[in-house]
Design a binder for this molecule. Structure first.
Ligand SMILES: [Cu+2]
Length: 107
């Protein structure tokens, strides 16, 4: 039980620090590539507004590498990528739901 509480606390800390970084980045108009995680698109489900990504470690939310389904912050993000594309992205957990908040296709 104690471990669960600590994990929740750390998650809250991580989310708040990410939000702060985003605000700063937006103010400076700068991209923050070092915050982004690498991944490969496996499936794009425009109807459901979801994307399946094979991702590396997501340090900001304490997740190991795996393949999983994410929601996307903006459905338009799904128009920019196709299965097989390599991407860099940021996933956050604003309401307990893993959501891709930023995504860039790798050239
Ligand atoms: Cu994952």
């Amino acid at each position: 039980m104690k471990i669960v509480v600590q994990a929740a606390f750390l998650a809250a800390l991580a989310v708040s620090s990410i939000s702060t970084s985003h605000a700063q980045a937006a103010g400076a108009g700068a991209t923050t590539p070092d915050m982004m995680s690498a991944g490969e698109v496996r499936k794009v489900d425009k109807a459901a507004g979801k994307i399946t990504i094979k991702h590396g470690p997501l340090s900001n939310i304490g997740m190991d590498a795996m393949t999983m389904v994410f929601r996307v912050k903006d459905p338009a993000m799904l128009e920019q990528v196709n299965a097989g594309d390599r991407i860099r992205f940021i996933a956050e957990q604003p309401n307990g739901q893993l959501t891709v908040t930023r995504m860039e296709k790798q050239q």
